[in-house]
Design a protein around this ligand. Structure first.
Ligand code: NDP
Ligand code: GDR
Length: 374
């Protein structure tokens, strides 16, 4: 019987939802912080939500925000967690160039607020702390592959804010003896990935195009190289990091990298569609060269389904990321179980099912609009 209590910030996000499921399966009582929004924002955790009218629900949500110190302090005091997972963030790199100050407030100061609230409440010896650090810290990479000792060179307001969060976590560990860890996670995806991150934009876009719901995928820098894992594998690791005798920081990655262009081609192949890229720079296009099977009724050979839109270029780009997870493998015995290709197939299958449902509704006269990035 596990009597542990966990608090997750960012529980309504991709990782938060998988982590909440994982901890509930382990018998934890799980508390999550959700933001007030003008419409429902709990879709990713609705399936594990328990009616609060039941006796002793194991999963509870609290309204809160990482910009609000008194709110965080009150929730921590009420919950008295054994483990805090700080996953909440303005997590979109491109958006951080448009909202740099807000990103710093949430991602950097929000981390400090949580750590300081733990200390202020005298919980620093009880509560273990996980910080969602990121491969974006490496930015302009100094070493290939990147490991725990590779120097940082952040390339966006998001990464700079996360760099503060990384070091304040180390500092509270060194200064106050807190059990506080950084997971330096490389990109991880899933069918629950936000629709504007590149993998999901691709799998969803290609699926929609195959059913005639969209015409073309407009992309930014498709030469970009990333080390993509599956979020389910990565949340297991977040928990493992808090179960050790000593707190430490770990790189979590697959150790393999692919280009965005390659991810587009895989996604199409899962639908029986081959795409060939021609041209260079902003004039590069992706054209359908072969179709097999019946998963793409709206497409024909010769259709141009990928174009470049400079709107998606970033003021400073992180061109290449490749992680070395040797330390996590050696110390924690962690290895990813799902390959990038398997993850891509799972995402395409999910988005195809969604697209087919929309197409069916549309065909039967229902007014269906499919949201895309504006
Ligand atoms: P998501 O964007 O899917 O989720 C972010 C979560 O943070 C959401 O629940 C969001 O709420 C919440 N949030 C945003 N702003 C605030 C705020 N002001 N106060 C409280 N909560 C807030 O991110 P992921 O699940 O993909 O990532 C989890 C964490 O890991 C993030 O910190 C991210 O930066 C980091 N990370 C992610 C990687 C990845 O590849 N996925 C890799 C490395 C690090 P709402 O649902 O209301 O928007
Ligand atoms: P990233 O993820 O910036 O690595 O941050 P994202 O999926 O947004 O971009 C990956 C790469 O793809 C290129 N790209 C595009 N990106 C988006 N979003 N949209 C496009 O149209 C597009 N075209 C090309 C990008 O330029 C980039 O090089 C993610 C987030 O989850 C962070 O929170 C996390 O810290 C890091 O991963 C690790």
């Amino acid at each position: 019987m596990n009597n542990k209590v966990a608090l997750i910030t960012g529980v309504t996000g991709q990782d938060g939802s998988y982590l909440a499921e994982f901890l509930l399966e382990k018998g934890y009582e799980v508390h999550g912080i959700k933001r007030r929004a003008s419409s429902f924002n709990t879709q990713r955790v609705d399936h594990i939500y328990e009616d609060p009218h039941n006796a002793n629900p194991k999963f509870k949500l609290h309204y809160g925000d990482l910009t609000d110190t008194s709110n965080l302090t009150r929730i921590l005091q009420e919950v008295q967690p054994d483990e805090v997972y700080n996953l909440g963030a303005q997590s979109h790199v491109a958006v951080s160039f448009e909202a740099p100050e807000y990103t710093a407030d949430v991602d950097a100061m929000g981390t400090l607020r949580l750590l300081e609230a733990i200390r202020f409440l005298g919980l620093e010896k009880k509560t273990r702390f996980y910080q969602a650090s990121t491969s974006e810290l490496y930015g302009l990479v100094q070493e290939i592959p990147q490991k725990e000792t590779t120097p940082f060179h952040p390339r966006s307001p998001y990464a700079v804010a996360k760099m503060y969060a990384y070091w304040i976590t180390v500092n509270y560990r060194e200064a106050y003896g807190m059990y506080a860890c950084n997971g330096i996670l490389f990109n991880h995806e899933s069918p629950r990935r936000g629709e504007t991150f590149v993998t999901r934009k691709i799998t969803r876009g290609i699926a929609n195009i195959s059913q005639g719901l969209e015409q073309c995928l407009y992309m930014g820098n498709i030469d970009s190289l990333r080390d993509w894992g599956h979020a389910k594998d990565y949340v297991r690791m977040q928990w493992m990091m808090l179960q050790q005798n000593q707190p430490d920081d770990f790189v979590i990655a697959t150790g393999v990298q692919y280009s965005v262009r390659q991810f587009i081609q895989w996604s199409a192949e899962h639908l029986g569609v081959e795409i060939e890229f021609t041209g260079t720079g902003v004039d590069e296009i992706g054209t359908v060269t072969r179709i097999t099977g019946d998963n793409a009724p709206a497409l024909k050979v010769g259709d141009v389904v990928v174009r470049i839109d400079p709107r998606y270029f970033r003021p400073a780009e992180v061109e290449t990321l490749l992680g070395d997870p040797s330390k996590a493998k050696a110390v924690l015995g962690w290895t990813p179980e799902i390959t990038t290709q398997e993850m891509c197939a799972e995402m395409v299958a999910y988005d195809l099912q969604q697209a087919k449902q929309h197409a069916l509704l549309k065909k039967n006269g229902y007014d269906v609009s499919v949201a895309t990035e504006r």
